[in-house]
Write a new protein. Structure first.
Lengths: 111, 510
């Protein structure tokens, strides 16, 4: 799995996830999110357009981050979910927990 | 290895999870699953394998485990087997998919497995490890997709008998499946337990795989007006008789007898050694028919079916309580005498059941241990082995002990607690009567609230571990909530009444 990060001065941080998040690769996601939060970045947007799969460990990583940043005035948002990944979010009830946007623009604006 | 089965063995290392994912994804795609179902299969298997890798072995222990895929026309069966620690379900809390941000997540993996697959079964084999068996059915249209509503209305309650006709009984052909599904639907609505019968393509595939053997009765014009089937696992020596329906306009003309005669003959030709049947107690007619065809009562399974079973033209539409059934058995061959180890408190009724069935059994008495440590120690005795099957559609679960061993009482207690917590209405517990430990452990289960249900005979001559040649089961039952009004149970025979009376006396809530 690959993660690329774009940090701008005033906007949210954009993370692009490419590949799969499972028990083997989730550590990288965990560390990336942890580092961003510790650096004071609480507005996080995940581009999931090339995310092929996410396991419960990946969902857990997102939820724990959302818990933390929401207390600091921030939020985790996603956009570009493919049908298979969206289904996993819906099965787990995570579509009720995290804001899933239709477009990148919607996710990046309105903070 | 059969051609329809493949096996992948991997080390207990998360590195291999994508390989497992590719394996099961390809299997599912080859079978023709839709994208969403392929994703479900991958998710369930990935979560299960992750759990094994993380919890089944000691830290640093290098082991391997297997994932096998068996495909058949109805779908895909996946078995994940490891020889690690037993699955401790009571340590996993529930997962609330509608909880807030502070929801507990430790139950999420198993929640996803349950939601993604159509059937999930855990089999704990003690020191021999465990298996997680997952089933995903191919999505096929149900009967409502084939007929307009007016052709699926329930059979007319005041129907005139059809003009006299000749009927032919034969084994099902694929084109009959639509009409079978419609017959069942017009008789039961959507309430018949065993939903597969409402999907014509599954009826075809199950007949092709041998899980079902359907017989139909047709008129001279080729109309399907009756059905009955044997169902079970291919290769097993026993099958269940059921799904018996006859168009009301053609009843009382020997149609069901013709179907039964055909199926009995086919069962003998296939080498089956026994047949069983469950007959409802909301009315006595099914029991009467079962007796007529040679079945004899051996058990009373309380609250077996949901309340919503309707019988068109026979009884009232809404049942006042969950449906209780009589379990009936019929051997197809003369069975040799075999030994059973009966709990002394039930010996008399068990002997009467065997007499009712016409089965010869030798009762072996065991002296109870005088001291707690006179039983074999954990090091001397072989490990226990049991399986648990949850039938969500019926709201029941069945725990079957294959072999008694140290710790079995605690394991059953934990499983009972978990099942009750999940809202299962009835838990049946099957104990091997050919196992000398059964009389010793039965009281422990009765102290938990289990009580007598009956006997499930199984063909003798099969050898299990340690050369046990009798495989009959003593059935106990536990009611998690439902209370039975025994006065509403209708039985046909005197022995049926005797069985009801005995079970009632054993029921701690009666």
């Amino acid at each position: 799995m690959k993660i690329s990060t774009s940090i701008t001065n005033h906007g949210p941080v954009l993370l692009k996830l490419v590949g799969e998040v499972d028990a083997h690769t989730v550590g990288r996601l965990d560390q990336t999110l942890k580092d961003l939060v510790s650096q004071g970045h609480y507005r996080l947007v995940l581009d999931a357009s090339q995310l092929e799969y996410i396991a419960s460990k990946g969902l857990r990583s997102l939820l724990l981050t959302q818990r933390e940043v929401s207390q600091l005035g921030g939020e985790v948002r996603l956009f570009g979910l493919t049908a298979p990944v969206r289904r996993i979010f819906e099965l787990a009830g995570f579509d009720e927990l995290l804001l899933i946007c239709h477009t990148r623009q919607e996710a990046m604006e309105g903070w | 290895m059969p051609k329809d089965t493949s096996v992948l063995t991997i080390p207990n290392d998360a590195f291999y999870l994508p390989i497992v994912g590719a394996y099961v994804t390809t299997e599912a795609a080859q079978l023709g699953f839709q994208e969403a179902d392929i994703g479900d299969v991958r998710l369930a298997v990935d979560e299960a394998c992750t759990h094994i890798i993380e919890t089944a072995f000691e830290p640093g222990e290098e082991q391997a485990f297997t994932i096998s895929c068996q495909r058949d026309p109805s779908g895909l069966k996946i078995t994940i087997a490891d020889q690690g620690l037993p699955f401790d379900s009571h340590a996993i809390p529930d997962y609330d998919a509608h909880g807030g941000l502070d929801r507990e997540l430790s139950g999420l993996p198993f929640y996803l497995i349950q939601r993604a697959m159509d059937k999930v079964r855990f089999v704990n084999k003690g020191r021999q490890g465990k298996e997680l068996r997952l089933t995903k059915y191919l999505q096929v249209p149900n009967i409502e997709a084939y007929f307009p509503p007016e052709e699926l209305r329930p059979y007319d309650t005041a129907v005139e008998p059809a003009p006299s006709a000749k009927y032919a009984c034969r084994l099902m052909e694929p084109a009959d499946a639509l009409h079978i599904a419609r017959c069942v639907y017009k008789t039961y609505g959507y309430t018949y337990p065993g939903e597969q019968v409402y999907y014509p393509e599954r009826v075809v595939s199950m007949n092709q795989s041998g899980e079902m053997i359907s017989a139909v009765a047709v008129t001279e014009t080729g109309d399907v007006i009756g059905h009955c089937a044997l169902s079970g696992q291919p290769g097993e020596p026993m099958m269940e008789v059921g799904q018996a329906v006859v168009d009301p306009a053609h009843r009382r003309r020997g149609v069901m007898k013709g179907l039964m005669d055909l199926l009995m003959e086919h069962a003998c030709q296939q080498g089956l050694t026994g047949l069983f049947i469950v007959a409802v107690t909301v009315h006595p007619f099914s029991q009467r028919a079962a007796l007529r065809y040679g079945f004899r009562e051996s058990g009373l399974l309380l609250a077996y079916g949901p309340r919503a079973v309707h019988f068109k033209k026979i009884a009232g539409q809404q049942l006042p309580q969950r449906e209780t059934v009589v379990y009936g058995y019929q051997p197809l061959h003369q069975e040799p005498r075999s030994r059973v180890y009966s709990p002394s408190q039930h010996r008399s009724i068990i002997a009467r059941i065997y007499g009712n069935l016409g089965l010869e059994r030798e009762f072996v008495s065991l002296e109870p241990p005088r001291h707690a440590d006179s039983r074999p120690s954990a090091h001397e005795a072989p490990p226990f082995s049991l399986s648990t099957e949850i039938r969500s559609a019926l709201g029941i679960a069945v725990i079957e002990i294959t072999h008694c061993g140290p710790g079995i009482e605690g394991e059953v207690k934990r499983k009972l607690r978990d099942l009750c917590y999940e809202g299962i209405d009835v838990v049946y517990l099957n104990l091997p009567l050919g196992d000398s430990h059964t009389p010793l452990i039965c009281p422990s289960f009765e102290e938990l609230g289990f009580f007598f249900a009956g006997i499930r005979p199984r063909p003798t001559g099969l050898t299990g571990p340690q050369g046990i040649s009798n495989r009959d089961l003593l059935c106990l039952q536990y009611l998690n909530g439902p209370r039975i009004d025994y006065d509403l149970l209708q039985t046909y025979s005197d022995f049926g009444k005797e069985l009801v009376q005995y079970v009632r006396e054993q029921d701690p809530l009666a």
